[in-house]
Each structure stands twice: as C-alpha cells, then as structure tokens.
Design a protein around this ligand. Structure first.
Ligand SMILES: [Fe+2]
Ligand SMILES: [Fe+2]
Length: 336
C-alpha cells in the first residue's frame, strides 16, 4: 500500500538531514504497513536489507524460471504427439513469461535486468538446484510438472501475500499458470502409468529420480536456514521451509496413490498424532554439492544460458533501436 509510507515519507523528507529521528519515522511507517498486512510499493521507503533480500530472492526466482526452461525444452522435438508437443511448448513459454514478470519486479527495486543476468552468467547469483538434474526420458516431463511445479506452487501460493506489492502481484498470475503446469504433469504421468508395463516403469523411474530433489526445493531445514526468520518478520515469507515441505508431502501422497505410483521413501507414513506424514531423511550432502556447482548439469545449463544470451544480442539491440526510433518519432523530432 503506497499511501501510508508515501505520505509519512514526504513529511519526513522535509526534515532530511535532521538526524536519526527522521529515519525512525520512516521505519515506523514501514513497520506499520507490514504489521497491517498491507503492501510496500516501489516508491515507499524500505530498509536497505529488505530491498537487498527481495532483490536476491526475486532474482533467484527469475533465474530459476528461465534456466528451468532447458530441461523440458530438451523434449519438445521428441514429444510423442502433436498434442503433447503443443502443451509442452506452451508450458516452456510460460516459464519465460514468469522470468519476465520477475525481472520486471526486481527492476522496481532499482536493479536492472542486465545486472541480474550478468550475475547469473558469472555464477554470482543462483537458481534453483532442481534444474541441475537431467531429463532422461519423456516421463521426466511429467515428473517435473507434477513434482517440481507442484513444489513451486506450494512455495509460491503464500508469496501472493508477500509484503512487497509488485512481487505479490506477479505471483498471483504465476501461480495460476503453475497450477496448469502441475496438472499437465499429473495427466502425463497418469497416461504413462496406465499404459504398457514399460511406460509404467518409465513413469515410476522418473518419480524415483525427481522425488528427493523436489523435497530439497524447499531449502535447508529450518535450523540451518540463514534468511528465514528475518524474511518471515518482514512478511516476505509466510511459512518455514520445513512447514512447506511437510505440506507438499501431504499433498503428494494421495496423488501418488491415484497415479498408481510409489514414492521412493520406505519411511513415509501417516502420523496420526501430528496429522501429517512422516518421511525419511533428506540427503543434504547431495543438496549442498549440487548448490556448489557439482550437480550433473550445472555446467551445461549455464553454458547454454550464456550462449543463448550472446546469440540473442542482436534481438535486444534491434528492439532497443526500434524503441528509441519510435520514441523520437512520437515527439515529432524526426520525420518519417
Ligand atoms: Fe514458472
Ligand atoms: Fe511452471
């Protein structure tokens, strides 16, 4: 919500240079907006650390969307039917769109897209480690939709109520599209699961490989999560990593059953007392290793991204030249 902070900001702005008192007034206004569950908007005052946290999170999210196009795009030319190909192309395009909404949201915080892409390409900013795993069979497209997009939704639905307005609004649209992605993955796996024994085995194998990395998508356990407490205090984040992970497991168990597939965890069972499923230990060594850059596809994903960026330079230049010409034309300075 712009008004509260904006108006106090203007008053406080009159006394800029007046010492610590004015910044306290800004802070109080910011805290009040967050406490009232209203939205902080781009021109409102915000603490530097809040801005930096948002840029880091939104950038990482945007990078994940565009890097995430690669593992599935790998199967577009080999989709088993025209219908499947059209669906997959639409999905991969959606992910590009998500990247664009999110880079735009980051730009409202004063960080340009060029800078963020440069940080991605030079390895100074991360993307979700899940995309460093390979897509070995067609069933992986289904497992990604069902599990990876499913985990993304579980993570992102609460972000629709994030305290930063542009991020929250981008998430509303993204979540609607993610829900289509999740359903297409489920439907694809269901077709395979009900198909020939070979197709069923292919679906099961994909789920076996994607299940644990999907649980890792929620980030480290609460005790080790560096930024969680502050992000929750700022209402950027609404639930802890472990809470969201458990919610995701609870959602997946009955869905796996109706798919006729098994989740690869012998410790998975309903805990009557807690009203949730218990699940086995996650291999955090693998998580940290992939994060460090040693996953099966880290190098391949980044190299391909850098290459695509260089290849696309002429498109960016042409678009910028066209926009500049168009703007000048409108002022009447240049006659056609
Ligand atoms: Fe997405
Ligand atoms: Fe998606």
């Amino acid at each position: 919500m712009a008004t509260a902070v904006g108006s106090v900001g203007a008053d406080a702005g009159d006394s800029v240079g007046g010492g610590a008192g004015s910044s306290t007034e800004y802070e109080r206004a910011f805290d009040a907006v967050v406490a009232a569950d209203e939205r902080i908007e781009p021109r409102d005052w915000m603490p530097d650390a809040y801005r930096a946290t948002l840029v880091r999170q939104i950038a990482q999210h945007a990078h994940s969307e565009i890097i995430g196009m690669q593992p599935e795009a790998n199967w577009i030319t080999r989709a088993p039917s025209l219908r499947r190909k059209a669906i997959l192309m639409a999905k991969v395009q959606d992910e590009a769109g998500h990247g664009l909404y999110l880079y735009s949201a980051a730009e409202t915080l004063g960080t340009g897209r060029d800078e963020l892409l440069d940080k991605l390409h030079s390895g100074r900013q991360k993307y979700s480690s899940i995309f460093n795993y390979p897509t070995l069979t067609w069933a992986d497209v289904g497992a990604i939709g069902w599990l990876v997009d499913g985990a993304a939704i579980t993570n992102q639905v609460p972000l629709c109520r994030c305290s930063y307005g542009p991020y929250a609004r981008a998430m509303v649209r993204i979540c609607k599209e993610e829900s289509f992605h999740q359903r297409q993955g489920y439907e694809l796996l269901l077709a395979l699961s009900r198909g020939t024994p070979e197709q069923h085995a292919m679906a099961q194998d994909a789920v076996d490989r994607w299940w644990w990395p999907s649980l890792m998508m929620f980030g480290p356990p609460d005790g080790e999560s560096q930024h969680s407490a502050q992000s929750m205090a700022w209402k950027i984040k609404r639930h802890s990593n472990d809470e969201l992970r458990r919610r995701f497991v609870d959602i997946c168990v009955p869905q796996a059953e109706s798919l006729g597939l098994t989740l690869p965890d012998p410790d998975l069972r309903w805990n009557e007392e807690q009203g949730h499923h218990d699940f086995g230990p996650i291999d955090w060594t693998e998580f940290r290793d992939v994060l460090k850059g040693n996953g099966p596809c880290n190098e391949e994903r980044l190299t391909r991204r850098r290459h695509a960026h260089e290849e696309g330079a002429w498109v960016r230049e042409s678009a910028a030249a066209y926009a500049a010409k168009h703007t000048t034309g409108e002022t009447g300075a240049i006659r056609p």
